[in-house]
Design a protein around this ligand. Sequence first.
Ligand SMILES: CC(C)(COP(=O)(O)OP(=O)(O)OC[C@H]1O[C@@H](n2cnc3c(N)ncnc32)[C@H](O)[C@@H]1OP(=O)(O)O)[C@@H](O)C(=O)NCCC(=O)NCCS
Length: 188
Amino acid sequence: MNRRVVLTTRRLALTTWLPSDLDELAELHSDPETMRFVGHGRPDTVDEARARLAGYLDEQDSRGWTKWRMVDCDGKMIGRAGFGEAYSRRDLAYTLLRERWGQGLATEIGVALVDWHLRHRPYGLFDDLCAHVQVGHRNSARVLEKIGFALVDQRPCKGVPCDYFELPVEADLHDELQTPQSVDADPV
Ligand SMILES: CC(C)(COP(=O)(O)OP(=O)(O)OC[C@H]1O[C@@H](n2cnc3c(N)ncnc32)[C@H](O)[C@@H]1OP(=O)(O)O)[C@@H](O)C(=O)NCCC(=O)NCCS
């Protein structure tokens, strides 16, 4: 299995996962502060991280998109970002190592992912892009605002009250986005 680059930005790249990435993924999901608004709201166990990685590998194989591995310019894994499913839409998601917060990285990768979504629409289910954050998660809501998402309403996700966001008018937004350097499926 080869690792492939999904897209690049000025400071970041998203790549596909390998089974050998378990330790790095488990470390990302082991920090209580990072996990406060993610999943169960607590650190993953190693078995949960293993299931998470298996899910990402399966999604990449079966449909070609998932929450990908995020690396910095030195190739260090610093988080994950991409798409899940929520409310019958593609759902933008990102999580970074705590030491990398506050540098605009989630916003940078979010802009690139919106562009990727607009260029890789399946024309059917998952054509539309949404995002949701737990009510009160101000930092993540701020990222969505900076990318250009609009708050629609509050609705639960897996029983948790969330702020629900959509892109306003995707075609217009696309014209305004910075164009990230983006490549598909290049080997690294
Ligand atoms: C939420 C998260 C992805 C934001 O990533 P980021 O790269 O720090 O985002 P940005 O640098 O663009 O900052 C977004 C906002 O967060 C706030 N923020 C970020 N770092 C901060 C810090 N160290 N102190 C105070 N506020 C901070 C700021 O309000 C900032 O908005 P501003 O640029 O208008 O000042 C990151 O904190 C994270 O990975 N959290 C854990 C996982 C998570 O919650 N994921 C999202 C689930 S919905």
